[in-house]
Design a protein around this ligand. Structure first.
Ligand code: S3P
Length: 431
């Protein structure tokens, strides 16, 4: 598998736009087929993961036209998906598998979903429990993993408190709730990204919020939004360049049109608290989501305090923890706790972050639910083992920018899972 070589730099400057947000694009790809009318989308994510959502929907009989990042999806109504003998393939995408499972439980036919080797290792009991409680006939392998087998049918509303903070579980239950008799309520102990509850009203389905309770009423017909849906730039992709802006000496970056939904931008707050010179410009709304241009010009004054990441901020920064670990070791140290969920992402991210930090000559302690590393460490160029995990590849590509010597990122193009143009954007900003 192709690797890429990266060299240190002292320069990180320029403007760039990020690909469309992956979480929002998935939700559009999965909801538009259930609506009446055609949903027109601009800046749809370029990621392989979102392509998996579109491909599954095509296999389920949905007409989807795609030209570049513009997508038009012809809805078929709430129960209008078509039965297929093909096994649906969610690829590497946990969001596709878990959200689509909620939808398939409400369709009047039998279906199966599988995924790649990584996805077939990820836990599915977290969605089986609430879906079975709703009356769904869904089963998994002996280890509670994919492939999932579903005999769709009638569902009834439930009130469910997920035992882990997971937007995928919350969204799976709310989407199954679209097909249920009565109301479906999800109670979140710790809030997670709120894109599902923001997007459903755009399809004519109100979501009632009462503190930490979210409720949808079942069997309301979805209607395509009349306006074109323009997907904001992906904050989780922007995060790698924001962290780089804190590490590379001469940084002056403008990241244009980035989604700055509060349930996603914990990293921005962490960077600001660490002395980051970051300004939001041109703040606006797109599809009910806040969007801004983010300008970063490095660090004004080092606070000397380690990054402390634990408790309720964890779901907000869950996808940014690999790059925050790298950043902390470069700045004033880092402690990550309460992040067991990292062990069941596309890889065991705690283990791979620790392994690759050590390969770069950094001292780090692996904890069962996180890690700890001192700050001001010297990074050494190394061979990085990505384990096919896109966020590991990108986090250590940024570490390479401040390392002594050359860094080789193995299986580098796994970045295609979320950010296919990552290396081009990096080259553009560093030359
Ligand atoms: C996502 C939710 C998060 C996140 C993933 C995308 C989503 O997963 O890590 O990249 O779009 O709902 P969990 O909900 O499992 O934490």
């Amino acid at each position: 598998m192709a690797s890429t070589l990266l060299k240190p730099t002292t320069h990180l400057q320029g403007h760039c736009s990020l690909p469309g947000d992956k979480s929002i694009s998935h939700r559009l790809a999965l909801l538009a087929p259930l609506a009446f009318g055609t949903t027109k989308i601009e800046n749809f994510a370029t990621s392989l993961d979102c392509q998996s959502s579109l491909d599954c929907m095509r296999t389920l009989g949905v007409n989807i036209e795609k030209e570049g990042n513009s997508v038009a999806i012809q809805g078929r109504g709430l129960r209008g998906l078509c039965e297929t003998t093909a096994v649906l393939d969610a690829g590497n995408s946990g969001t596709t598998m878990r959200l689509l499972a909620g939808i398939l439980c409400g369709q009047p036919f039998e279906s199966q979903i599988t995924g790649d080797e990584s996805l077939r290792r990820r836990p599915m009991r977290r969605i089986l429990n609430p879906l079975q409680e709703m009356g769904a006939k869904i089963s998994a392998s002996a280890h509670d993993c994919a492939p999932l087998k579903i005999q769709g049918g009638n569902l009834h509303g439930i009130t469910y408190t997920p035992p882990m903070a997971s937007a995928q579980v919350k969204s799976c239950v709310l989407l199954a709730g679209l097909f249920a008799d009565g109301d479906t309520t999800v109670i979140e102990n710790i809030p997670t990204r709120d894109h599902t509850e923001r997007i459903l009203p755009a399809f004519g389905v109100p979501v009632h919020r009462e503190g930490t309770r979210l409720t949808v009423n079942g069997c309301i017909p979805l209607v395509s939004p009349t306006e074109v849906c323009t997907v904001p730039g992906d904050f989780s992709s922007a995060a790698f360049f924001l962290a780089a802006g804190m590490m590379v000496p001469k940084a002056d970056l403008v990241l244009q049109g980035v989604g700055v939904n509060l349930s996603r931008i914990g990293l921005l707050h962490v960077l600001k608290e660490t002395g980051g010179e970051i300004k939001l410009r041109n703040e606006r709304l797109a599809m009910g989501e806040p969007v801004a241009d983010i300008h970063i010009t490095g660090i004004k004054r080092r606070t000397g305090k380690p990054l402390q990441l634990s408790g309720s901020i964890i779901p907000n920064v869950i996808d940014e923890l690999p790059i925050l670990a790298v950043l902390g070791a470069y700045l004033d140290g880092v402690e990550i706790r309460d992040a067991r969920e990292l062990r069941v992402k596309e890889s065991d991210r705690i283990q791979l972050i620790v392994e690759n930090m050590r390969r770069m000559g950094l001292e780090v302690t692996e904890l069962e639910d996180g890690l700890q590393a001192a700050g001001n460490q010297e990074f050494r160029g190394a061979q990085i083992e990505t384990g096919g995990d896109h966020r590991i590849a990108m986090a250590f590509s940024i570490a390479a920018l401040v390392a002594n010597g050359t860094t080789e990122i193995q299986d580098a193009f796994c970045v295609d899972i979320s950010f296919p143009s990552f290396y081009e954007v990096l080259a553009h900003l560093t030359t």
